[in-house]
Design a protein around this ligand. Structure first.
Ligand code: BES
Ligand code: MN
Ligand code: ZN
Length: 499
């Protein structure tokens, strides 16, 4: 999708699809009021008749509105004016994104940037608009014989209309929104790609490609390299698989040489069968999404490189399949992690923490400003929080607050759970320094407690995205989350936050 910001009267915009907002009860936004005036009150009359539902995101499509240069007008409900906030605004913009993606016309103009939201400015609105509208065009077709280009529907050129003077900051906001949507699309593509396509090798090749495209240094460590580094925990997960494991490291250097990097670590289990502690069959196909943490790191790198942020970032992706097999790790096996700590593997299905712990130890060498890991780590997180926020656990309150705020700003929200020491007892083992599971209760917390034993050298936050990285049922597919959150976090950091 191509965006331009334009100042001008909405009724004069020559376009296939003109989008304006209206509130429940019939109050028009400035743009809608201008149209209504040109149409001699027709728009207000239709709304007063009840043609537009009050619920934010409801749509009313009109053809050939008198006095209006656009072929079609789409009115979107913003809900009750006194209740206007992020929620209603996102519902409205989300509905517009869907409508534009299915539109018969290839060009559109959206007059929503001036809708004044409490606590939000024009740049925020433009960034969210560009991101949401561009993201709405996403289609998965890699493993379909008919490609999306076969059905050329949807708006491609979109004008974001405003009555305000256009500033460089506004242009930059649109570019950011677009870059984030592009990063989300990469994360979605990788997540949606089946396990027989999206192997550890494929993730490594994708990272190398990104490196070529944006001139980033990318290293791919092989099994032998991991053996030399003593990554016994990560390698224990790879034992049952015929696919070679990879350890991917990406370097983005937009900051000063001496600036400490933010390190992002993404869980890259390209398929999680559970291993010898085999998962039940129902919905097991969804375990192809168990690399969405890795995908979010690669997607965020794409967005980051497009935005050219002045910051240093290292991305680490430990990746392997988790398979049963004659060589696979067995329950009760004890392995030695890169940190030297030993782990009794009581359940081979708790494999995410086993690959992350070695990656988190590896991260120490970069003397990070902070480390954020992203992982589809526990089913317990979906039980606790559902599919709305990602779980957040951290050894630093400041960092947790920063991420929480970026979640609210981006709409890609997180909710913090406690990482208290009392929970550590649950990981006790009679045969090793720790067990890899903590029993029936507090599964998201005990998983994070396990990771916390490997992150003492730096400020660290853990995002459990088991509930947020993909949707099930009819809408089955990757969401691209938490790329918006991570991108927002890096934007804030590049502007001096967290220093
Ligand atoms: N990848 C899963 C977590 C998961 C499960 C995410 C279902 C989304 C939906 C992870 O590797 C796993 O299997 N975790 C176990 C941990 C348990 C064995 C302590 C889980 O959550 O059941
Ligand atoms: Mn598992
Ligand atoms: Zn897993």
């Amino acid at each position: 999708m191509e965006f331009t910001i334009k100042t001008g009267a909405p009724e004069k915009l020559k376009t296939g699809y003109l989008v304006v907002g209206a509130f429940a009860g019939g109050t028009l936004t400035d743009a809608a009021a201008a149209l209504d005036k040109a149409a001699k009150g027709k728009l207000a009359a239709l709304i007063a008749r009840g043609d537009l539902d009050e619920k934010a995101g409801s749509l009313l499509a009109l053809h050939e509105l008198p006095g209006c240069a656009a072929e079609r007008v789409l009115v979107v409900s913003l809900g009750k004016q006194e209740e206007l906030g992020d929620r209603a605004w996102r519902d409205a913009v989300g509905a517009v994104a869907k409508a534009l993606a299915a539109s018969p016309s290839h060009d559109a103009a959206v007059c929503l940037a001036d809708v004044a939201l409490p606590g939000r400015d024009a740049e925020w609105a433009l960034q969210q608009l560009a991101r949401t509208l561009a993201d709405g065009t996403y289609r998965y077709d890699t493993t379909k014989s008919k490609k999306k280009d076969d059905k050329p529907r949807g708006a491609r050129k979109v004008v974001l209309a405003t009555r305000n003077k256009i500033s460089a900051a506004m242009e930059a906001a649109v570019k950011r929104g677009q870059a984030i949507a592009e990063g989300m699309a990469l994360a979605k593509d990788l997540g949606n790609l089946p396990g027989n396509y999206c192997t550890p090798t494929h993730l490594a090749e994708t990272a190398v490609e990104l490196g070529k495209q944006f001139k980033l240094k990318v290293e791919v460590l092989e099994r032998e390299d991991m053996e030399k580094l003593g990554m016994g925990s990560l390698l224990s997960v790879a034992r049952g698989s015929h696919q070679p494991p990879k350890f991917i490291v990406l370097h983005y250097k937009g900051g000063k040489a001496k600036d400490k990097p933010v390190v992002l670590v993404g869980k890259g289990i390209t398929f999680d069968t559970g291993g010898i502690s085999l998962k039940p069959g129902a919905e097991m196909d969804e375990m192809k999404f168990d690399m969405c943490g890795a995908a979010s790191v690669l997607g965020t790198f794409k967005a980051l490189a497009r935005m050219a942020l002045p910051i240093n970032v290292v991305g680490i992706v430990p990746t392997t399949e988790n398979m049963p097999g004659g060589g696979a790790t067995k329950p009760g096996d004890v392995v030695t992690s890169m940190s030297g700590q030993t782990i009794e593997i009581l359940n081979t299905d708790a494999e995410g923490r086993l690959i992350l712990c070695d990656a988190l130890t590896y991260a120490e060498r970069f003397k990070p400003a902070c480390v954020v890991d992203i992982a589809t780590l526990t089913g317990a997180c979906v039980v606790a929080l559902g599919k709305i926020p990602s779980g957040l656990l951290a050894n630093d309150d400041e960092l947790a607050r920063e991420l929480t705020d970026c979640g609210t700003v981006s709409g890609d929200r997180v909710w913090q759970l406690p990482l208290w020491d009392e929970y550590q007892e649950l990981l006790k083992s009679n045969f090793a320094d720790m067990a890899n599971i903590g029993g029936r209760y507090g599964g998201t917390i005990t998983a994070a407690c396990f990771l916390a034993r490997f992150t003492k050298a730096y400020k660290w936050a853990h995002l459990d995205i088991a509930g947020t990285a993909w949707l099930s049922g009819d809408a089955k597919g990757a969401t691209g989350r938490p790329v918006p959150l991570l991108a927002e976090f890096l934007i804030a950091r590049s502007q001096g936050a967290g220093a």
